[in-house]
Design a protein around this ligand. Structure first.
Ligand code: ADP
Ligand code: MG
Length: 210
């Protein structure tokens, strides 16, 4: 069994995980983390509960430049619940590290989010509609994004958010690293990966072997 340290994760994060009882990477984490640490694009297919969140959060944090002064990482999720869940996991990992995380989603007072965006934000987690809203108001600058994650892409398609997600991807630099996670791979998602991912490595974890 491997450890997060063996995958190249520094002790500051591996210890925070150990405190939460998370000591050994799941299959998707063991495969995705080294590739993402190298800067590769990936398509991750694994069912719900297989640990996809940590698989992208850890490399994102390891590659983050805290002196950048603008949004470097963007995580697009289909629902507010998912945005909040990812934000919670992220905040546990970055506690005391001076990394600023902001969740933007519909239903929350936009003025509150605007106030938060006034500060330096390193990582944005959000739903497509609200991210676009901020883009139109020019209250969010995605021109320095170096890592983009599309989480639960098939849910995004089901809800009808794919076009909005695409408009957001277009506002980020082409030089970015992109990771897409999805439990299934319908044609629309496949086509999206062909258009926006570069030389993507596909990782597939079967349902029975998390
Ligand atoms: P997914 O996005 O694939 O549906 P999550 O990332 O939400 O899965 O993880 C599901 C649950 O498993 C979470 O409660 C998370 O804390 C836990 N978890 C993630 N990675 C590990 C691990 N390596 N060992 C033990 N538990 C883990
Ligand atoms: Mg998930």
């Amino acid at each position: 069994m491997t450890t997060f340290r063996e995958l190249g994760i520094t002790s500051t994060y591996s210890e925070k995980l150990a405190d939460q009882g998370i000591k050994n990477p799941t299959k998707i984490q063991a495969q995705a983390i080294p590739l993402l640490m190298e800067g590769r694009d990936i398509i991750g297919r694994a069912k719900t509960g297989s640990g996809k969140t940590i698989a992208f959060l850890l490399p994102m944090l390891e590659r983050l430049n805290t002196d950048a002064g603008s949004v470097q990482s963007l995580i697009i999720t289909p629902t507010r619940e998912l945005a909040l869940q990812i934000t919670m996991e992220l905040k546990k990992l970055v506690e005391g590290k001076g990394i600023n995380v902001l969740a933007v989603y519909g239903g929350q007072d936009i003025n509150l989010q605007l106030k938060e965006l006034d500060r330096v934000v390193d990582i944005v987690v959000g739903t497509p509609g609200r991210i676009l809203d901020h883009m139109r108001r020019e209250t969010i600058d995605l021109s320095q994004v170096s890592m983009l994650v599309l989480d639960e892409a098939d849910q995004m398609l089901q809800i009808g958010f794919l076009d909005e997600a695409e408009a957001i991807i277009e506002a980020t630099p082409k030089s970015r690293q992109t990771a897409l996670f999805s439990a299934t791979m319908p044609d629309e998602i496949l086509s999206l990966t062909n258009r926006y991912l570069k030389d993507a490595h596909q990782i597939m974890v079967q349902a029975e072997d998390i």
